[in-house]
Design a protein around this ligand. Structure first.
Ligand SMILES: Cc1cc2nc3c(=O)[nH]c(=O)nc-3n(C[C@H](O)[C@H](O)[C@H](O)COP(=O)(O)O)c2cc1C
Length: 218
C-alpha cells in the first residue's frame, strides 16, 4: 500500500513538473491542418516542375511545411491510409525535416513534428551529399528514409522493390506539392549513406533513400 502511494506521488510530480512539461512542449510541433485548395492544377504542377539548384535564404512557413509533409505521408483515409500508396499498407517510410533550427521527425498520426536534434545540421548534410552546395543553401530538406524490413517481412526480396517504388511516390508528391506552393525542389540520390545515417542518428534498420531540398528559386 505504502509503495503504491509513493509511486502515485512520484507519478503526479512528473506529470505536474513544469520543467518536464516545458521540455515535452518544446520537442513537439503540432502542424496546422493542410490547405487542400491550392490554386494550381495538377497538370500545371507537372508541366512546371524542374530540378532547381540555386535557392534564396527565404524561410518556408509552417503552413507550407505542413502541406509538404502531408503530401508525402499525411493521413488521408480510414485506418491510417496515407497520401502515397504503400504495398500491403505496410508503411515503411519515415520522413525527416532538416532546417536551420534543427532536425525533426514527421509523425503522420498526430500530423506533428518531433525534434530529434537542435541546431543547423545542414553543413553535415552538405558533406554527406558530396558537397552539392544547394543542400546547404535550401532552407529545408526532406529526407525520406525506409525501414525495408516492414515490407520484406511479408514480400521477401520483392519488398525491397516495393519500398523503393513507395519512396518514389512520396518524393514525387513533395516535388509537385512544392510547385503548387510556389516553391522549387531537387531530387538528391547522390549521398553517402553512412554519413547521413550518422548525422540523423537513425536507428538500426532505417536507411536514408532520398533527400529533397526545397525552397524559393534564386
Ligand atoms: C533518383 C534520382 C536521383 C537524382 N539525384 C540527383 C543528385 O544527387 N543531384 C542532382 O543535382 N540531381 C539529381 N537528380 C535530378 C536529375 O538530374 C534531374 O531530374 C534530371 O536532370 C532531369 O531534370 P528535371 O528534374 O529538371 O526534369 C536525381 C534524379 C533522380 C530521379
Amino acid at each position: 500500500m505504502g509503495r503504491k502511494i509513493i509511486v502515485l506521488v512520484l507519478f503526479c510530480l512528473i506529470l505536474y513538473n513544469p520543467v518536464v512539461f516545458l521540455e515535452e512542449e518544446m520537442k513537439e510541433i503540432k502542424l496546422p491542418e493542410p490547405d487542400l485548395k491550392g490554386e494550381m492544377s495538377l497538370e500545371e504542377t507537372i508541366a512546371t516542375r524542374r530540378s532547381v539548384r540555386s535557392y534564396t535564404d527565404k524561410e518556408l512557413t509552417i503552413d507550407q511545411i505542413s502541406n509538404l509533409l502531408w503530401s508525402a505521408q499525411g493521413i488521408t483515409g480510414e485506418r491510417g491510409r496515407r497520401a502515397a500508396p504503400s504495398a500491403g499498407a505496410r508503411y515503411p517510410l519515415e520522413i525527416y525535416l532538416m532546417k536551420k533550427d534543427g532536425l525533426f521527425h514527421y509523425n503522420p498520426e498526430g500530423h506533428k513534428l518531433v525534434l530529434k536534434k537542435p541546431g543547423d545540421l545542414r553543413p553535415g548534410l552538405l558533406e554527406g551529399a558530396l558537397r552539392q552546395r544547394f543542400v546547404a543553401q535550401a532552407p529545408v530538406s526532406f529526407i525520406i528514409c525506409a525501414v525495408y524490413e516492414r515490407v520484406t517481412k511479408r514480400y521477401k526480396r520483392r519488398g525491397i522493390r516495393y519500398t523503393d517504388i513507395e519512396v518514389g511516390h512520396a518524393a514525387q508528391n513533395i516535388h509537385l506539392e512544392a510547385v503548387a506552393l510556389g516553391l522549387s525542389s531537387v531530387p538528391v540520390g547522390a549521398f553517402r549513406d553512412e554519413a547521413v545515417i550518422k548525422l540523423l542518428g537513425l536507428p538500426r534498420g532505417e536507411e536514408p533513400v532520398y533527400i529533397i531540398p526545397v525552397g524559393y528559386k534564386k
